[in-house]
Design a protein around this ligand. Sequence first.
Ligand SMILES: *Cc1c(COP(=O)(O)O)cnc(C)c1O
Length: 430
Amino acid sequence: MKSETKSKALYDRAVKLIPGGVNSPVRACRSVGRNPIFIDRAQGCRIFDADGNEFIDFVGSWGPMMLGHRHGSVMAAIEKVLERGVSFGAPVDLEVEMAEMICNAVSSVEMVRMVNSGTEATMSAIRAARAYTGRDVLVKFDGCYHGHADTLLVAAGSGVATLNIAGSPGVPEATIRHTVSLPYNDIPAFKKLMAEKGKTVAAVIVEPVAGNMGLVPPDPEFLHELRSETQKHQCVLIFDEVMTGFRLAYGGAQALYQISPDLTCFGKIVGGGLPVGAYGGKQEIMAQIAPEGPVYQAGTLSGNPLAMAAGLATLKELQQPGFYESVEEKSDRLSSGILRIAERIGIPLSVNRVGSMMSIFFTDRVVKNFEDAKTSNLEVFSAYYNKMLEKGIYLPPSQFEALFVSSAHEIADIDLFLAAAEAVLPELIK
Ligand SMILES: *Cc1c(COP(=O)(O)O)cnc(C)c1O
């Protein structure tokens, strides 16, 4: 990097007025011992900071930028809507089109409601599930993150883990009294809980492929057990596909693993980079939402035309034949390349990848849950992060986040990553 003068100056102004200088904690880069880099602009898979440094972006705004930055059709769709206005607070055609796109893409989703973030989606889905079942208990899994709603801030992975906060102050004990968090991929623990408490459980919420403790794939049998046990005890199974939806396959993780949840949460890619979330599923559950039913949930900017347009344009691109295969080919080249280099130089690391999501854990364990992820050497991760950044590779600044490959990455960009890793990894074992 040439210089960080402008980023530093912006950060100095920011910390005085914004908590930690950032509007979302992981961006502060504290776990990798540096100040945040302020971004000026991005194009394709390249991102440019305020000082003019150029990086290859493997964060992709934490998932939404499946097509890379400033994709032509997304930009054109946004520009077209700008001629109509940016918000009306009244129904528009684009919302209907979006509902049709989502319901056609994901067969378990019969009705859908748009919201403004993933946090709102999971929070609202849980309210719907509790109303539908008339029960209170919520089951989640350690290291899964479902946004920052009070009831969900228990063993919540990523940002929370990075900062080493157990849950969060400000969340009343009474609020999380009904939340149970179990180890991910642990079938016996889940079956035991359901045998004891199944009849009181309103919902089981899970990241079908976990991306917020670093990338952790599910044992397919685990997902099947979640489905059969929730069916047996008549609880609502919620797949939080905010990260995996439209990323792992057009139909999301549920298409990949062939499991049909009762409710699904979306966000990130469905907004094409604008603030969006959505939740949907079985008609009989969703029909409880106001004004069709009594469960209140609302949003001044929900279904915002700009966000709908960006999302729709993005989803249309994802329908191109071979889209997912092509991105997967590049991400496979990345994961297998890293493993080859690591093996050659003898550094212990573990790579998890599903489709275009991936994490490199600095541990010799196979990472199957949050406990395994936490055995990673965070000092080595921090050194790796900073050295890769120096070489122009922009990564998520936390061991407990996944990196994302987009359709804007070319084979040559993947090879630049591998060349950087080839230089950086040997330095980490010195
Ligand atoms: C990002 C994310 C959320 C939260 O979405 P926001 O838009 O940040 O509120 C929820 N669940 C999962 C799985 C996520 O990855």
